[in-house]
Design a protein around this ligand. Structure first.
Ligand code: ASP
Length: 462
């Protein structure tokens, strides 16, 4: 007999089915034992009577035990309807019960939304926490959004290309996670802060339209709702201008919302565009919350922020990039970049997309000529040796037929969290780290054995 999913039983009155799942709860009513049986699709009520099959075994069932049950789907009498669940008009009369695994008393309830349960506990027992309906739904919706994006971009001619995880330090503004090399003592790989350089090199490689649901790693201080690793929808296109990238992304966002989140309303289409200057003057932030009604859970106020300054001065009074060193200036500022004049006034092609006050994406048209990229590094005061060492491959690629290109990356976790009305990105990741960057389930980070340290040529100074 093949397994039937629990949700399907609502349409199978009179039929014999085999269900597999977890004991959601057991209620003893006089002589009757009611078991709510749960699988990923839903919950069904099973009623054991003293004269019926496996009554004694049913009396021993506890929450979260795993069982297989053969039974017949029966219509409930009308006064027993429970229209709060899709299977509330049927119940299962057992034929044969089999216990597949027992479970310790669950560390916390899973039939609630779980917001009130301490994070330590939820994260240590994430495999139990994921069974709650809210979490199961979050994973399913995240999957649906990712699948929609993949299909949509694929139809538009984009290729999903994987880029390396073991890579080299890139200057993207955050600290790198590094991996010691066993084969090259004293040398390190870095985990990518984003696939920025690889995606540009894919443009040099003639890929023309690239995307990737890419894992990014940033060793930042644990501040606010950050994770050491997170997922970007990363994208790059050749022979495009700012307008092309913005329009394509706007269209994708709109169609994704309409398909995956039909209950949501987008406040304004096309998305309003605000200059950085105007945003700072009017909202005192470069990620303005332009919602007209902040109480409406289903209102999505997207906007674009454009015309950011390219450079700003850091604490040491030196120029550094505001967003991305690989961005091109707006065309009318190219001459100033090339002649290194009016540096503070140069505007970049950077565009950020903001949703309800959260930056959910950002990108730019890139400098594809090596002279222009070189000027950016010169303005930032990088020595020739450092430029060659860190960016030689980019400059070389740009001297070998790299087309004009530009792209963007979305913070995919953040976007899904916002669309699912979740308060933080941990709620839409299967196995996030805690707010202080630990994996409590695996107990990571953890120390290495002496032998491993030795192989890696590492000494820990305490
Ligand atoms: N790599 C950039 C980032 O991670 C996004 C982009 O410019 O495409 O923010």
């Amino acid at each position: 007999m093949t397994r039937t999913s629990i949700l399907e039983t609502k349409d199978l009155v009179g039929q014999e089915v085999m269900l597999c799942g977890w004991v959601h709860n057991r209620r003893d009513h006089g002589k009757l034992i009611f078991i709510d049986l749960r699988d990923r699709s839903g919950i069904a009520q099973v009623v054991f009577v003293p004269s019926g099959a496996d009554y004694e075994m049913a009396s021993r069932l506890r929450a979260e035990w795993v069982v297989r049950l053969k039974g017949v789907v029966k219509a409930r009498p009308e006064k027993m309807f429970n229209d709060e669940i899709p299977t509330g008009r049927v119940e299962i009369e057992p034929i044969e019960l089999e216990i597949l695994n027992r479970a310790e008393t669950p560390p916390f309830p899973i039939d609630t939304d779980g917001y009130d349960i301490g994070e330590e506990s939820r994260m240590s027992y994430r495999f139990v926490d994921l069974r709650r309906q809210r979490m199961a739904n979050n994973l399913a919706v995240r999957h649906a959004a990712a699948l929609f994006i993949r299909n949509w971009l694929s139809e538009k001619g984009f290729l999903e290309v994987e880029t390396p995880i073991l890579t080299k330090s890139t200057p993207e503004g955050a600290r790198d996670f590094v991996v010691p090399s066993r084969l090259y003592p004293g040398a390190f790989y870095a985990l990518p802060q984003s696939p920025q350089q690889y995606k540009q090199l894919l443009m040099a490689g003639g890929v023309e339209k690239y995307f990737q649901l890419a894992r990014c790693f940033r060793d930042e201080d644990t501040r606010g709702d950050r994770q050491p690793e997170f997922t970007q929808l990363d994208m790059e296109m050749s022979f495009v201008e700012r307008e092309d990238v913005m329009q394509l992304n706007e269209q994708l966002l709109i169609e994704m919302v309409k398909t995956i989140y039909p209950q949501k309303r987008i406040q304004e289409i096309p998305f309003p565009r605000i200059s950085y200057k105007e945003a700072m003057e009017k909202y005192q932030t470069d990620r303005p919350d332009v919602r007209k009604d902040k109480n409406d859970l289903n209102l999505l106020a997207f906007c674009w922020v454009v015309d950011f300054p390219f450079f700003e001065k850091n604490d040491e009074g030196k120029y550094t990039f505001t967003h991305n060193p690989f961005s091109a200036p707006k065309p009318e500022f190219m001459e100033d970049l090339m002649t290194k004049k009016n540096i503070g006034d140069i505007l970049t092609t950077q565009y950020d997309v903001v949703l309800n006050g959260w930056e959910i994406g950002g990108g730019s048209i890139r400098n594809h000529q090596s002279e222009a990229l070189g000027k950016v590094f010169e303005i930032m005061g990088f020595e020739e040796g450092r430029i060659a060492n860190n960016f030689g491959h980019m400059l070389t690629a740009f001297k070998n037929g790299t087309p004009p290109h530009g792209g963007i990356a979305w913070g995919f976790d953040r976007l899904v969290a916002l669309l699912n009305n979740e308060p933080n990105i941990r709620e839409v990741m299967a196995f996030p780290k805690t707010g202080d960057a630990r994996d409590l389930m695996m107990s990571s980070p953890s120390e290495l054995e002496e032998k491993q340290l030795k192989e890696l040529h590492l000494k820990i100074s305490k």
